[in-house]
Design a protein around this ligand. Structure first.
Ligand SMILES: [Ca+2]
Ligand SMILES: [Ca+2]
Length: 262
C-alpha cells in the first residue's frame, strides 16, 4: 500500500520561560484505521521579525517635574503609573543637566538645562509612555541610563532599576548615595521576564533621578533609553509521547512537554 504523508501544521503560542504541555487529540476514520498507521514527529520553527528594537532612544522628550515637592499626592507613587495625568508637567528633551564647571573635561552637556537645580532641588521626576502591541513576543528589555548621581526607574509602577541609591523609597528631598568618581559609568540593565509588568497597549516608564547633594554637588545629568529583544530561542521538547517516529495503529493522543527557553 502506498503511504501518503499528510502534514498538519499547527501554530502554538507558548508562555515565555515556562514549561508547557501540549495535547493533540487525533481522530481517525474507521475505514482506514486498520490499514494505516500514524507516526509522530514534532518540529519547531520560529519566525523572527527582529531580535531587537528600540522603544525610545537617548535624547528623547520626557514629561518632567522638578523635585520641589512630591510628584503626586497623597500617594507619592501614583505618578509612576500609566493612568497618571501629567498634562501639567513640563516637556523637555534629555539629557537633563547642569554643570557649574563647564570648562571641566568631564563637564556635562545636554538638551534641557536645569539652571535652578543647584541649591533648589535634589531630584527630577521623568515620565514617558510607550506602546507595545505584542507583549508576548518581548522576552527581555534593555534599559540604559547615564546618571549623575543616581536614579530609580519603574515600569507601570514596578521598580525595574536602581543605581547608586539607598534602599527603600526616597522622598523628593532625598539624595543619591555618595557621588561617584567621574566619569560615572553608564548603566546597562537587562530586565528579564518583562511580561510580569508590561501590558498590551500603552505602558509608562518613570525615572526619579537624584543628585548627591542639594548645594554641594557641582553637576547633574540624566538620560535613558529602552529597547526590547524578541524571543528567538527554539523551544525544547522535554518529553514526547509516543516517541518521535513511533508507529501506532490507533493514534488518538500526542502529548508533548515543551520548555520555551529565554
Ligand atoms: Ca558628578
Ligand atoms: Ca552630581
Amino acid at each position: 500500500m502506498k503511504a501518503v504523508d499528510t502534514w498538519l501544521r499547527l501554530r502554538i503560542r507558548l508562555p515565555i520561560g515556562k514549561e508547557s504541555a501540549i495535547h493533540l487529540q487525533v481522530s481517525q476514520s474507521e475505514t482506514f484505521v486498520v490499514a494505516r498507521k500514524l507516526s509522530v514527529a514534532l518540529f519547531f520553527s520560529l519566525v523572527v521579525l527582529s531580535n531587537a528594537a528600540v522603544i525610545f532612544p537617548t535624547s528623547s522628550p520626557w514629561a518632567y517635574f522638578k523635585g520641589y515637592s512630591e510628584a503626586s499626592s497623597p500617594d507619592p507613587a501614583a505618578w509612576r503609573t500609566v493612568g497618571f495625568n501629567d498634562s501639567g508637567w513640563e516637556i523637555g528633551q534629555a539629557p537633563f543637566y547642569y554643570d557649574n564647571q563647564p570648562t571641566s573635561t568631564t563637564a556635562y552637556t545636554g538638551n534641557t538645562l536645569l539652571n535652578d537645580m543647584f541649591g533648589g532641588y535634589t531630584c527630577v521626576f521623568l515620565r514617558k509612555t510607550f506602546v507595545l502591541a505584542n507583549v508576548a513576543d518581548v522576552s527581555q528589555l534593555q534599559f540604559y541610563a547615564f546618571s549623575d548621581d543616581g536614579f530609580i526607574a519603574w515600569i507601570n509602577g514596578v521598580e525595574v532599576a536602581r543605581f547608586n541609591m539607598p534602599a527603600g523609597g526616597i522622598p523628593f528631598d532625598g539624595a543619591s548615595s555618595a557621588a561617584l568618581q567621574e566619569p560615572v559609568p553608564p548603566q546597562n540593565v537587562s530586565l528579564n521576564d518583562p511580561g510580569a509588568y508590561l501590558v498590551a497597549g500603552t505602558n509608562a516608564i518613570a525615572i526619579q533621578a537624584f543628585n548627591s547633594s542639594l548645594s554641594a554637588s557641582s553637576d547633574f545629568v540624566i538620560d535613558a533609553s529602552l529597547s526590547y529583544t524578541t524571543d528567538f530561542t527554539p523551544p525544547v521538547v522535554t518529553t514526547l509521547i509516543p516517541a518521535a517516529g513511533a508507529m501506532r495503529v490507533n493514534l488518538l493522543r500526542i502529548r508533548a512537554t515543551i520548555l520555551s527557553l529565554m
